[in-house]
Design a protein around this ligand. Structure first.
Ligand code: NAD
Length: 476
């Protein structure tokens, strides 16, 4: 069985205790990963601190070249990485290829962006020359979830490294292999030892140790709200900035003038991609009553045509990550259906005819849910779309903004004025009009408002976030 160690200071560092890595399509263990603890995290931080003085003084051109080497290696190993990511997370191969390509794009994009990172000069007085320097923080800590391990791992460390920081990356215990591969490939790409360290392990051990480590100067956390709060408290105790990329309950808002032919496949993919285990999943459908019945009928047809199966067979819908996740999804759906909240139009249970041990769940469509109910308010993190009709633009906006979250939103309308009004007033970090998501969209700043988190990753904004500004004044 393949074994994946931590990558610390350029070396593979194994542990006695290991974590079994399960194939979500069968429930069987197919690999083992080191269960890093606080000593491993400490060694990783020390390695990063040792690497920092030299790395932070390299020119952006040199850093960019090395990050491009890493992007190139990710692309060369595309087949192997996609197969591994699909097996580790259960996602269909087609999605795993996208994840690999986007991971490579992050390193490529930030390699270039680093060279465009300048300070400013200011006219403060005739006797002073004033300017700003954008400097790295030092050692940055990154804690990532299991849903897009390779893509999110790359998204968070690429700008940090490009800006001259050295990083410690902690993958999720459920799907740690993509980030470990990033650590190995960084070494192969010639990135100096200690610049990128990867320490897999349990959240309560390696994760908590990294969040609380006094050697960490900046934290980035992507995951659940509950753990995000713990990480924010740990960051506050050490007075370090923290980016929180948390959950969502993102709406597709469909007006009466929408192009339904265009909307149906996009709304379907927005919730079923990665089995709904996407922070920015389009998990709520708000639809004008004039097109409500037609749109729901067409979505029910689209859901009925979905092929469910193991990721390796490249179905439309793979399994959920774990038995626990499936129980959570089933409980939320069960409570809605049994409580008479809405009408089940498709799915709602475990599909038949698939491997017994796999964590599959049917694509599920529930129409007419109470917008204040648990299934309409909480992040289900499964292939479950809930529908609520509306009558006016004002009501649509109130419903769209009526959850604690604010990650992304999509508007379907041909009315340009309405699109701009809604885009301005909706609570979200990203708004799409007549489309949903950006297939990676490495150039677009990403992050939430309200309980979806704070801070931004991706785009040039993400790079700025990994620098701190120093003002310098010289008397002339
Ligand atoms: P999670 O919060 O359980 O785990 C995330 C990471 O935190 C894992 O690496 C885990 O090991 C670690 N962790 C757990 N306990 C910890 C602790 N006490 N201290 C420090 N670290 C700890 O989340 P998950 O179940 O892996 O992921 C699903 C959640 O992530 C969903 O809520 C989803 O919306 C969110 N998410 C957000 C984004 C985004 O960009 N906004 C992207 C993907 C996922």
């Amino acid at each position: 069985m393949d074994r994946y160690a931590s990558v610390i200071g350029g070396r593979d560092v194994d542990t006695e205790q290991v974590i079994d890595v399960l194939d979500p399509a069968t429930g069987e263990t197919f690999a083992e990963v080191a269960a890093g603890g606080s000593a491993d995290v400490d060694a990783a931080v020390v390695a990063a601190q040792a690497a920092f003085p030299a790395w932070s003084r390299t020119t952006p051109a040199v850093r960019g070249r090395l990050l491009r080497n890493l992007a190139g290696l990710i692309t060369t190993r595309r087949e192997e990485l996609a197969a591994l990511e699909s097996r580790d997370t259960g996602k269909p191969m087609r999605q795993a290829y996208v994840d690999v390509d986007v991971a490579a794009r992050y390193f490529e994009f930030y390699a270039g962006a680093a060279e465009a990172l300048y300070g400013d000069t200011m006219t403060t007085s005739p006797d002073h020359f004033s300017y700003t320097l954008r400097q790295p923080f030092g050692v940055t800590g990154h804690i990532v979830p299991w849903n897009y391990p390779l893509q999110i791992g790359a998204r968070t460390v690429a700008p940090a490294l490009a800006a001259g920081n050295c990083s410690v990356l902690k993958p999720a215990e459920e799907a740690p292999l993509g980030p470990v591969m990033l650590g190995r490939l960084a070494r192969e790409a010639g990135i100096p030892d200690g610049v990128l360290n990867v320490v897999p392990g349990y959240g309560t051990e390696a994760g908590a140790a990294l969040a609380a480590h006094r050697g960490i100067a900046h934290l980035s956390f992507t995951g659940s709200n509950e753990v995000g709060e713990l990480v924010a408290v740990a960051a506050a105790a050490n007075h370090v900035p923290v980016v929180l990329e948390l959950g969502g309950k993102s709406p597709n808002v469909v007006f009466e003038d929408a192009d339904l032919d265009a909307a149906v496949p996009v709304i379907t993919t927005a919730i079923l991609q990665n089995a709904g285990q996407t922070c920015s999943a389009g998990s709520r459908l708000l639809v004008h009553r004039a097109v409500h019945a037609e749109l729901v009928d067409r979505l029910a047809e689209a859901f009925a045509a979905v092929r469910v199966g193991p990721g390796a067979e490249d179905p439309d819908l793979g399994p959920l990550i774990s038995g626990g996740q499936r129980e959570r999804v089933a409980a939320l759906v069960g409570a809605a259906v049994e409580g008479g909240n809405g009408r089940l139009r498709h799915g709602g249970g475990v599909p038949t005819g698939l491997a017994d041990g796999g964590f599959f769940f049917e694509p599920t469509l529930i129409d007419g849910v109470d917008p204040t109910s648990a299934i309409a308010q909480q992040e289900v993190f499964g292939p479950v779309l809930v529908v609520t009709p509306f009558d006016t633009e004002e009501e649509a906006l109130r419903l769209a903004n009526g959850t604690d979250y604010g990650l992304i939103a999509a508007l379907w309308t041909r009315d340009v004025g309405r699109a701009h009004r809604m885009a301005r007033d909706i609570h979200a970090g990203q708004v799409y009009v007549n489309t949903y998501g950006a297939g990676g969209g490495v150039e677009l700043p990403f992050g939430g408002v309200k309980k979806s988190g704070h801070g931004r990753e991706k785009g040039f904004e993400g790079l700025l976030g990994y620098t701190q500004v120093k003002s310098v004044v010289v008397r002339t």
